[in-house]
Design a protein around this ligand. Sequence first.
Ligand code: WTA
Length: 656
Amino acid sequence: MSQFDHIIHHPPASFVEQANVAGMDAYHALCKHAEDDYAGFWATQANRLLSWKKPFSQTLNDSRAPFFSWFEDGTLNASYNCLDRHVEQGLGDKTAIIFEADGGEVSRATYAQLLSRTCQIANAMKHLGIQKGDRVIIYISMSIEGVAAMQACARIGATHSVVFGGFSAQSLRDRIEDTGAKMIITADHQVRGGKQLPLKSIVDEALTLGGCDSIEHVLVVKRSGAEVAMQAGRDLWMTEVADGQATTCEPEWVGAEHPLFLLYTSGSTGKPKGVQHSTGGYLMHAALTTEWTFDLKPHDVFWCTADIGWVTGHTYISYGPLALGGTQIVFEGVPTFPDAGRFWKMIQDHKVSIFYTAPTAIRSLIKAAEGTAAVHPDRYDLSSLRLLGSVGEPINPAAWEWYYQHVGGARCPIVDTFWQTETGGHMITPLPGATPMVPGSCTLPFPGIQAAIVDETGKDVPNGQAGILVVKKPWPSMIRTIWGDPERYQKSYYPEDFQGKYYLAGDGAIRDAQTGYFTITGRIDDVLNVSGHRMGTMEIESALVSCTELVAEAAVVGRPDDTTGEAICAFVVLKRARPTGEEAKQIAKILRDHVGKEIGPIAKPRDIRFGDNLPKTRSGKIMRRLLRSVAKGEAITQDISTLENPAILDQLADNH
Ligand code: WTA
């Protein structure tokens, strides 16, 4: 019997009736269209969903594989597609964004207002010398101004690179240097969970760390209003440079392949890589998945809880819902402030109809609701909801069922969307009015996406057998290259193992023997997923060993965690004798803070264990699979005959 046989939730008939893709026959027909005429399928979507200044004549150019181009001779502007065309169609007074601040204050921007503000910021940027092709770093928290800043970049053809507000000065510096950005758009502070956290002073610090000579200006949005240092000539208040600008700005019509943005993400080796996305193909898939996966309709109130610092916030806040003229929530705060009922209260207050969040948030809210009845979703009126979504990590069936019953009232389909920074939008996901759902499975590929599971040689594995997730054909919203490092792009995503033919996602997966449904089994490289955030183990190791006065060697692995999915576990050899007791605690704190400074608080290891050495093979290679077992606290069952120093395992197991 299949592991899934007993739990299948069918989309409710009332949902199917009104769905953008209604029923499995409709889903199969779309897949068949893509199979029969791959280019034609994507061209149809791109023509239907986007407004082109100059139409494209060639859909896919694969002559430079694996560097693919889509719609390459077409021209368009992403901001025109997200704003102007809706205003031109009479939707100027429609609410584009309902913003709720950390403290609960609500403000709104209509499409006409968002367009005006975008134009003012775009004009201010132009006035300060930003031109098509320049890079602009955005280091800001969730705000209307943040979304407008992204749109303003798109409007003038500048390539934005948003850096999540939780990254440290050092991480910010690395991204400034790698992008060669001319401008940073930031705020004085960000406000989260009742606390004021600095942004501008972190920018200042980053700019003193070297390698940032490309930066000419820092635009500062006033959020807290508290005093911050402003360097004359370099730093400018956004209100002072933008408020007096004209509220119109001719969009820069760019080629479809023009880089809309760079977004840094962790890989298995080295420093984070700047994933480069296109304008045409990316925006098309952002719009298409918003239409088909989220079933977005004119009257919906859509809420994606991600931060604009991550890809989910790019595709499903800044671009997808706006490209379709939808109304959405932008939330500044955190799910647990002032209490863990915040999400439910906001759904109730704003009559949210489509809600998209991460399993880690759901799991922590389950815990909170089980502890405190007042924050249980059953206490709120969530009847406005009609669709739920999940993203970022596997959702365990128990959390899925809770989400389904208690948040969705057993009437809302759940779309468990598998995708990545590199894929630009959804890859494997149910379509809510079509696909029968199985908790814990992201079900079937999005129409047109040729996802498959293969072995190490690239051969398809039969259903029921675990393997490596690949995508067999290029698709419009895929990563174009790694900024400044095309070789790394080719090696990471189109490796020789598959003769350079398949896109390697970096995840393991298995298809159910009967249904063919996909379940993602997790990363097959050295990338951890902590609370839905991607972290490279190597990055954390480098951060630890950069504490040169203390650390001789470090190895980082993940261990399963009920709430955060994975927890970071570091094994450290110090330059001094192995500490125990109080001293070990103190040094662990110093190291945690050090990692926080090097990368950001999200990378701080949960566990730090000290050893006289690390388990190594005779040739000196650290045996990470053993460390994974030690981290989990499980008995070592692996073959340890190649291990140079077996005694070290007991020491590391004892020591925590
Ligand atoms: C994981 C986030 C299981 C996966 C959009 C992937 C998932 C990585 C799911 C990408 C899901 C994302 N089920 N695993 N529904 N969604 N992942 O780049 O390991 O931050 O490779 O993009 O998250 O993370 P990223």
